[in-house]
Design a protein around this ligand. Structure first.
Ligand SMILES: Nc1nc2c(ncn2[C@@H]2O[C@H](COP(=O)(O)OP(=O)(O)O)[C@@H](O)[C@H]2O)c(=O)[nH]1
Ligand SMILES: [Mg+2]
Length: 208
């Protein structure tokens, strides 16, 4: 009776490009074995630093479209000029086993996931300390052309405008501090009473 498993949490992390979200999520994933990353599919070209199947599944537009047709995405969106989507199967399997799943998706993905998984969703938004700092980080990364950096900066404003749809907001002044903050959010969310399986039995044993 007491080992009814809770289903996993959906940890949605959004931010404008260059706010530090990817580094933060990587640090959390490396430390916590009960969290897996939802590896998205995308039609955008692979960056030099990326690994196919690890950072994204890099697909052609045709392959992506055929997955849409077969209903294989939980959500997908057009971001910049490319498609990004969350493959359903790995996510549903993990949640079923009680594994928490982290999502690096934009505000559109966040909205759809929140509508589909009302109870188990945790939405976290990462803000840059300033717009100048955001542009700095995009340039330092030196992975994108000037034209793409400009477009990303314009899109950043749209992404930032959705901050209020999130449960938790972190201003990323300091990488290590931000990682600690995300960790404490996850710990707190796991401690919510209706997410602690076996609590009723535990308490009734305690008092019998
Ligand atoms: N809706 C949705 N957005 C995604 C997905 N995967 C990535 N994104 C978002 O697409 C945007 C662009 O991602 P990317 O091209 O990797 O550039 P980045 O901004 O440097 O991380 C980011 O806001 C990601 O969070 C997905 O599966 N669904
Ligand atoms: Mg990213």
């Amino acid at each position: 009776m007491s080992d009814i498993k809770r289903s996993g949490l959906l940890l949605v992390l959004s931010s404008p490009s260059g706010a530090g979200k990817s580094s933060i999520s990587r640090a959390i994933l490396a430390e916590d074995e009960n969290i897996m990353l939802s590896v998205s599919a995308t039609t955008r070209p692979m960056r030099e630093s990326e690994v196919d199947g690890v950072d994204y599944n890099f697909y052609s537009k045709d392959k992506f479209q055929s997955m849409i047709n077969k209903n294989q995405f939980i959500e997908y969106a057009k971001v910049f000029d490319n498609y990004y989507g969350t493959p359903a199967r790995p996510v549903l399997d993990a949640l079923d086993k009680g594994t928490d799943v982290m999502f690096d998706v934009d505000w559109q993905g966040g909205q759809i996931l929140a509508n589909k998984f009302t109870h188990d969703i945790v939405k976290i938004f990462i803000l840059p300390p300033s717009i100048a700092e955001l542009e700095n980080r995009l340039r330092k990364r030196a992975q994108d052309s000037e034209e793409i950096i400009k477009m990303r900066m314009e899109k950043s404003e749209v992404e930032i405008s959705h901050w209020n749809e999130y449960d938790w907001v972190i201003i990323n002044h300091d990488f290590k501090e931000s990682v600690e903050k995300v960790k404490s959010i996850i710990e707190s969310e796991r401690l919510k009473k209706n997410r602690q399986s076996g609590l009723v039995d535990f308490v009734s044993n305690l008092c019998s």
